[in-house]
Design a protein around this ligand. Structure first.
Ligand code: DLL
Length: 435
């Protein structure tokens, strides 16, 4: 059974006709129901009736993460909250997350698109899918869960963590597919090796990995260590969640963006001007079928390249090269989005610390770790080691609670953190060196 192949192989003309109808309807609804879009379009002098072809999308205003945050929590909803059956959220710089809502139809379409993505990855109804993405406000767990059920696979809702249990269930339930972040997959592989389980001998044949950047080299490593096909899945909560794009198992070369539901552009990060296919820039995405939170020209900050080359799988939708990184300073650590300013908020609220800090990110094997180096205040230094240990433990707990990630806090002596001569270097990302 091929899930939605009719829409996935639409000839370009028909696909664009469908996109245009949906774009016009989306723009009309945004203009009529969301103050932000009405104001932004009025400012640019664009009206819904000006959208006459798909490429007219470029006349519409951009949406940035800050604007979603400014409208926290429900200001970007295009429907009354009574019609919103679920919300998800992703972290933001101020500690307030970006909230997205879904109507029943939105959840349905999302499930369809994830089901379609799973088919592209090689899974089929009757298969078993071990879901190691986190369940909760993060879209990974529930997104893959509903998509798996929609396709008719048996979903094992494992969520993240408890690595030994993950390995035990992969073995005992004999999953055909697994999904989690790629770094966690390697973590699982490593733990399995340590406890003498050979994942390559298990039935699992495909892994659907995403939510953080990963390289081709990492794919090869995962495939070799786990004896599976590793597939890259992309998405973001602001636009829907996982399932905006995925690689097909036939080509494994670029991710098909589901263009019947999204318009994807690639723009120059500085000027915002659209770039031709083949040129690297920032992905900008417009939703075409979302009801609760339609989004126009969302600046994803994700760096990629689009290609309209035909794919050997027969799908006609454009492909995006795997995301190589982000144009802003957001760190993705073990699949969790971390903004330096979130860590800063925790540090600044702690009176016994001085305001001089630096974040370091390390990769040991395949495990990312966050180190926060911060100077203790002179009174704290005077109190001695026991007091320092208590503060360290408290700040580590606060970072875990507030930012959602475990960090190692290193309390430093006065003057140990380099003072800024201009822009402070807040983050030293050791993963980038030579990787
Ligand atoms: O990470 C949704 C998702 C869940 C995608 C599970 C794939 C699998 P957010 O938490 O909102 O949503 O984070 C979105 O994560 O803008 C990218 O920077 C990054 N990202 C997501 N998928 C990939 C990928 C989910 N395949 C942000 N490669 C995005 C590189 C990715 N980066």
């Amino acid at each position: 059974m091929i899930y939605d192949i009719e829409f996935e192989t639409l000839p370009r003309e028909q696909l664009e006709a469908l996109q245009l109808r949906r774009l016009q309807a989306t723009v009309e609804r945004c203009y009529a129901t969301i103050k932000f879009y009405r104001d932004a379009m009025d400012e640019l002098g664009v009206r819904p009736e000006h959208i006459k072809k798909v490429s007219d999308v470029r006349h519409l205003p951009f949406t940035k993460k800050e604007q979603l945050r400014d409208n926290y929590p429900f200001g970007m909803f295009a429907v009354p909250t009574t019609q919103v059956v679920r919300v998800h959220a992703s972290s933001g710089t101020t500690g307030k997350p970006t909230v997205v809502g879904y109507t029943k139809r939105d959840i349905d379409i999302w499930a369809d698109l994830v089901a379609r993505s799973l088919v592209a990855s090689g899974l089929r109804p009757g298969d078993r899918l071990h879901n190691g993405y986190g369940y909760g406000l993060f879209t990974g767990g529930l997104g893959l869960h509903y998509g798996g059920e929609r396709l008719g696979v048996t979903v094992v809702p494992m969520s993240g963590g408890q690595t030994h249990k993950q390995i035990m269930l992969l073995e005992d339930f004999a999953a055909d597919g697994m999904c989690c972040t790629p770094s966690y997959a390697l973590n699982i592989a490593e733990e399995a090796e340590k406890i003498g389980v050979d994942i390559r001998k298990l039935p699992v044949r495909v892994g659907i990995f995403g939510a953080e950047p990963w390289s081709e080299e990492m794919r090869f490593e995962i495939e070799a260590r786990m004896g599976i096909t590793a597939i890259d899945i992309y998405g973001l909560s602001e636009v829907m969640g996982p399932g905006v794009a995925i690689e097909c198992c036939k080509a494994k070369k670029g991710l098909h963006v589901w263009e019947d539901h999204f318009i994807v552009e690639c723009v120059d990060t500085e000027t915002g001007l659209p770039l031709p296919y083949g040129e690297e820039g920032e992905l900008v995405i417009t939703s075409l079928t979302k009801e609760a939170c339609p989004i126009i020209r969302y600046r994803t900050r994700d760096i990629s390249v689009l290609s309209a080359e035909p794919c050997k799988c027969g799908r006609t939708h454009v492909r995006m090269r795997r995301v190589s990184g982000r144009s802003d300073d957001m760190l993705i650590i073990r699949g969790v989005n971390v903004f330096p300013s979130q860590v800063e908020s925790v540090l600044m609220r702690t009176e016994t610390l001085s305001p001089f800090y630096q974040i370091e990110v390390f990769r040991e094997g395949y495990h990312d770790s966050l180190h926060v180096n911060v100077e203790a205040s002179p009174p704290l230094l005077a109190q001695g080691e026991e007091a320092m240990r208590r503060v360290k433990a408290k700040v580590e707990k606060d970072i875990k609670d507030f930012v959602g990630i475990s960090a190692v806090v290193n309390l430093k002596q006065r003057g140990e953190i380099e003072r800024s001569q201009g822009k402070a270097v807040r983050v030293v990302d050791h993963r980038k060196k030579g990787s």
